[in-house]
Design a protein around this ligand. Structure first.
Ligand code: ATP
Length: 399
């Protein structure tokens, strides 16, 4: 495997980091890219008002999502005590990946000062160096001189690579722009969303009065990268159905954008939220992660974003359904089930049924869910059974 290693303070990660990382993945044909936020950076002090380690890690995860599939955030430097020396990180990665080709990525400032780092000989022995310009000015001569220098001093293996979409920006610039009320265009959308929801770097966004366009990047910042397309697909489908059935499109979009906002949390984090928001769960909900996320997601939507009761309920019942659902609840339930990224067997039939009538689509969706869970031998929440029975009593049929 060819593995790229992209370290930085990422305080916050910006679009300049994305372009460098994408250029590296493409030009080095990387199989994997590790995005590694520094715990205690050796080169610079974290200024007052910086994001915490945990927040920088969360943003590194979002940076990896913006770069693409092979990129993953790695918290090895955050877990290590003391200053985050790259030499230590590379020695650790060498042990983890003994057979693989390691490439350490860096922009001009880091590359041109590499000989001043702690144990540069270890750095150059453990990995190949990939150097990228971080400005539009021609830095070729300085890069070539440094390459020759490092080759001579440490037998380094250096590649000077193009950064074709270079963006001249630093995290320092971004922090100033953010504290002055701007900065959106300098950040990947989900990082922009994260900065606002955590009120970082002097931002003071009123999360309870957002337009749909303002909410979207913030909602995306809650998601694992692989879930982003699903949530955007759910939003599109929910908006189409809302227009078709005369339901408030804004409410449908908000519910769709937030419906999975706690989906990535593990059970202990879900239970913490249940405590914080006094969520009274039944026995089955307490044992089932999938059922918890609709309960905790609805609370986040209400308490953080001030959504209406109708949106709250649409999120709360999007997994189980319930008898006598409102139109908005039905739209979110079915949009989540049939949005364009869904590919499971039978989804086309549910799409066709929904095109005939919303209730027909939902009844088929509920029936398929019940059958699938029976097949796996997993318990089925009574609301799902009740929702199906209710629609059958109303004259619904799946045939
Ligand atoms: P700060 O302004 O806080 O010093 P920074 O913008 O330099 O931050 P870092 O997180 O320290 O960001 O950078 C991590 C790595 O990304 C370094 O190798 C750096 O050279 C590189 N880099 C930073 N900004 C750019 C950019 N705009 N284009 C290309 N590479 C960049």
């Amino acid at each position: 495997m060819r593995i790229g290693i992209f370290g930085g303070t990422f305080n916050p990660p910006h679009r300049g980091h994305v372009t460098l990382a994408r250029a590296a993945v493409e030009q080095l044909s990387l199989d994997k890219l590790l995005v590694i936020p520094a715990g205690i950076p050796p080169h610079k002090q974290l200024p007052a008002g910086s994001a915490s380690n945990e927040q920088r890690y969360e943003m590194a995860v979002l940076l990896a999502g913006a770069v693409g599939k092979c990129a993953v955030a790695d918290d090895c430097e955050l877990r290590r005590e003391g200053k985050s020396y790259t030499a230590d990180t590379l020695l650790q990665l060498r042990e983890e990946y003994p057979e693989d080709e390691l490439w350490l990525l860096m922009g001009s400032d880091m590359f041109l000062s590499l000989h001043t780092w702690c144990r540069p000989e270890v750095v150059c022995r453990a990995a190949n160096i990939a150097a990228f310009s971080r400005c539009e000015a021609n830095e070729r001569a300085a890069f070539e001189a440094q390459k020759a220098n490092l080759e001579q001093l440490y037998s380094a293996r250096v590649a000077i690579l193009d950064n074709p979409n270079v963006i001249e920006v630093s995290s320092t610039d971004v922090r100033s722009a953010l504290s002055a009320g701007g900065g959106e265009e300098l950040l990947p959308p989900a990082v922009w969303g994260y900065v606002q929801r955590e009120h970082l770097y002097g931002t003071d966004t009123d999360l309870k009065h957002l337009s749909v366009d303002e909410l979207r990047p913030i909602a995306l910042s809650y998601l694992k990268p692989k879930r982003v397309a699903h949530v955007l697909g759910t939003e599109r489908t929910a908006a189409e159905l809302a227009r078709q059935y005369g339901v408030d499109e804004r409410e449908a979009r908000i519910a769709a954008l937030l419906h999975d906002c706690t989906k990535k949390l593990e059970i202990d984090q879900q239970l913490k939220l249940c405590d914080a928001y006094n969520i009274d769960m039944d026995e089955m909900e307490r044992a089932t992660l999938k059922l918890q996320h609709s309960r905790t997601g609805a609370e986040i939507a209400r308490h953080v974003f001030g959504v209406s009761d109708a949106v709250y309920d649409a999120i709360r019942y999007h997994t189980t359904g319930r008898p006598d659902m409102t139109m908005l609840e039905k739209i979110i339930y079915i949009a989540d089930y049939i949005e364009p990224n869904r590919t499971f067997e039978g989804v086309e039939e549910v799409r066709e049924a929904t095109a005939r009538s919303l209730d027909e689509g939902i009844l088929l969706g509920l029936t398929m869910t019940i059958e699938e869970m029976r097949g796996y031998g997993t318990p089925i929440h009574h609301l799902t059974m009740d929702a199906r029975d209710y629609l059958i009593q109303q004259g619904g049929t799946t045939i």
